[in-house]
Write a protein that binds this ligand. Structure first.
Ligand code: HEM
Length: 652
């Protein structure tokens, strides 16, 4: 071979190697196109599909989908990179598939695909993404954590965190009012609150303590240790702020990792390696190269997953260490008043048991470890493989540490941001609808126990609990029973619930869910092949004018029971299952009662403590970003005012 041949041959060979994946991908696209060509939808480009429109649409992801629905109808197909979707926007059809199909589709996000397997156990083994028999076994194992008895067990914990928030905000509002009376600048920042960061602190503390007996609000996990926030978390709510903090070498904490995880999963968080996802046959190789030279977006994503994993491993180890001496891996059964006993609760998987037994706050890990022990005793496999996707009942019988860790991460991530966002949207809507806020205040004042400052004895007990968080957080219902916001009281807060339901309709934190077809099926007259990813656009289903009268208006009255004063049946949905903030069917959110209980407690305590209005400069309508969840892009700022009677009582 001559030198010239060599000089020409090498680049040509290289070009051939690089061109091959493109050719394979284009052929695959042609095959897919044939399969879905009978379904209307926007025309895809080679390789990227409809990703360009998705990313550049002025209305963001939701605006883009809305445009397509208007243009092409209620059943649409589109392609994002190599992934084909079928969107079902008809309410009947959407609910039908939610109820009929048992599997979520595997999530698809470039940064996720570019992360190596060892940090991604949650994506396959966590409850959210689990499939078939493995999912069924897991779901049964999770269930006792959300039984009526468990929910009652969490009430003291939730109220404690809600009261702590109310106290912090009340002090902040009182200080601002005093400064204003003293002639200080009216715009003094001390009277303003960034709602999402405050709500995130509360929901993280509740989820952490309810599940693992750990206070994620403590400085150990990156919280502020209970001091009033000046929007510190709010400052990192945008991807740009997260990246800035990352580049400045900020030490990652659990709190920041949770936020970074969500921010880097949004469609706009594009790594310079994202193009590789459009060429699936190149992906395994590119993943290795990208890990060696990640750009800041990918590096931030990987770092957030690493922190989440480290914390999960730490939690499992700590839980084991503190429980090996007592009842091995068995979760503590919770009694009706929220106290815990050390008796075994080995009935986690049986649906008959879940209505009567529960688990004490802090014992979710125990529940998972016990599920494994139980399955092993029943003769399940002891395989420890975690390298493949999917699952079977054999896998359930042998939950590995990696699989248990995946549940820890799933509980944290699924339970934290969704509830914080829901509360933030509710506060935003109340702050911009004074008449609804006044009605809510009247209901709260009529039913809630007084918001009293903690006695010195209670303060001491709380401090002790913070030092020993695993010893019965939430079991303090007895010491404060005279003022505890109980479930019986919560039941009376029908308007509070209606406000939350309406906020969840207008701003559903989980703006979409998915299902995968397990066999060929027909939806709205169209043939849908087996293995199709169905996109169920909850946010769009919630504002259809064929279903919702005055769909864009905030009208909590539509959710009031028909016999409640002010009920507005004419504003109720015209469709029986049109309200789907928690999904529907077998994959419906397992934590929905937990979330509603927590949201009602936090919102009502907040309204009891302070008045609020939108801060000057807060943009309306709210600018939202739809990534993994729907979130306010720049948080929500409100100005706090102390409530006369309450403030006086608390200040005394
Ligand atoms: C306002 C708060 C919340 C909202 C809006 C929400 C919404 C959702 C939605 C829409 C789904 C998918 C349902 C479907 O596909 O049909 C889901 C699933 C799930 N949620 Fe929630 N959720 C919230 C709070 C929570 C909490 C507090 C937890 C746990 C502590 C939780 C844990 C889960 C889990 C584990 C799944 C997967 C269930 C499965 O696949 O079997 N969620 N959630």
């Amino acid at each position: 071979m001559t030198l010239l041949q060599l000089l020409l041959g090498v680049p040509l060979a290289l070009l051939g190697v690089l061109a091959l994946p493109v050719v394979i991908t284009l052929v695959q696209e042609l095959i897919t196109k044939r399969k879905y060509r009978h379904i209307p939808g926007p025309k895809p480009r080679p390789i990227s599909g409809n990703l360009g429109e998705f990313l550049t649409s002025p209305g963001g992801l939701l605006g883009c989908l809305e445009g397509w629905i208007k243009r092409y109808g209620d059943l649409i197909t589109f392609r994002l990179g190599s992934r084909q979707f079928v969107l079902v926007a008809d309410p009947d059809a959407a609910r039908n598939v939610m109820v009929r199909l048992p599997n979520h589709a595997q999530m698809s996000n470039p940064n996720m695909h570019l992360t190596k397997w060892d940090l991604r156990s949650m994506d396959v083994w966590g409850l959210l993404m689990a499939r078939d028999d493995y999912w069924r076994g897991l779901r049964a194992a999770w269930q006792p954590a959300f039984s009526p008895t468990s929910l009652r067990g969490y009430q003291a914990l939730m109220d404690r965190e809600a009261v702590a928030l109310a106290g912090r905000l009340r002090r902040q509002a009182a200080a601002a009012a005093a400064a204003e009376a003293g002639g200080a600048n009216k715009e003094a920042a001390v009277g303003e609150m960034e709602v999402l960061s405050e709500m995130s602190r509360v929901t993280l503390a509740v989820v952490g303590t309810a599940a693992y007996g750990v206070d994620f609000n403590s400085p150990e996990y990156g919280g502020s240790g209970g001091s009033a926030s000046s929007g510190s978390l709010g400052a990192t709510l945008s991807l740009a702020a997260s990246l800035e903090a990352f580049k400045s070498g900020r030490r990652p904490s659990l709190v920041s990792a949770c936020n970074d995880f969500f921010r880097t999963m949004s469609p706009s968080a594009r790594s310079s390696w994202s193009w590789a996802v459009a060429l699936p046959c190149l992906l395994p190789a590119i993943r290795h190269v990208a890990a060696l030279a990640p750009d800041p977006v990918l590096a931030l994503h990987i770092q957030s997953r690493r922190v989440l994993r480290q914390v999960s491993t730490k939690l499992i180890t700590a839980w084991r260490d503190s429980h090996t001496s007592t009842s091995s891996a068995a979760p503590a059964a919770a009694t009706a008043n929220g106290s815990s006993s050390s008796s075994n609760n080995n009935d986690g998987g049986s649906s008959s048991s879940t209505s009567t037994t529960g688990v004490a706050p802090g014992s979710f890990l125990g529940l998972m470890l016990a599920a494994r022990d139980r399955s092993r005793k029943e003769g399940g496999s002891s395989s420890t493989s975690t390298s493949s996707g999917g699952g079977s009942s054999k896998d359930t019988a042998s939950l590995t540490d990696s699989q248990i860790e995946a549940q820890v991460q799933t509980f944290l991530l699924a339970g934290f941001e969704t509830t914080a966002n829901a509360l933030t949207f509710a506060v935003y809507l109340l702050a911009s609808h004074p008449e609804a806020a006044a009605r809510l205040r009247a209901e709260v004042d009529a039913h809630l126990p007084p918001l009293l400052p903690p006695t010195p004895q209670q303060q001491q007990q709380q401090q002790q609990q913070q030092q020993q968080p695993e010893d019965g957080n939430g079991g303090d219902g007895q010491q404060r029973s005279s003022e505890l916001l109980t479930l019986e009281i919560l039941d009376k807060l029908v308007y509070t619930e209606a406000v939350l339901n309406e906020a969840l309709r207008l701003f559903p934190p989980a703006h979409a869910t998915t299902r995968e077809t397990d066999k060929d099926m027909t939806i709205q007259g169209y043939h849908i092949p087996a293995g199709t990813t169905l996109w169920l656009p909850i946010a769009h289903l919630h504002v259809r004018d064929s279903v919702w009268p005055e769909p864009q208006a905030f009208r909590p009255e539509r959710f009031l029971p028909p016999d409640a004063p002010g009920a507005a049946p004419h504003l109720a949905p015209r469709h029986a299952h049109a309200h789907l903030p928690f999904g529907s069917g077998p994959r419906m959110c397992i934590g929905w009662r937990f979330a509603m209980q927590e949201a009602k407690m936090v919102l009502s305590r907040l309204v009891q403590a302070v008045d609020f209005e939108l801060a000057p400069g807060q943009a309306t309508p709210l600018d939202c970003v739809a990534g993994l969840t729907l979130a306010p892009r720049h948080g929500v700022w409100v100005r706090l005012r102390p409530r006369g009677a309450v403030a006086a009582a608390v200040e005394a």
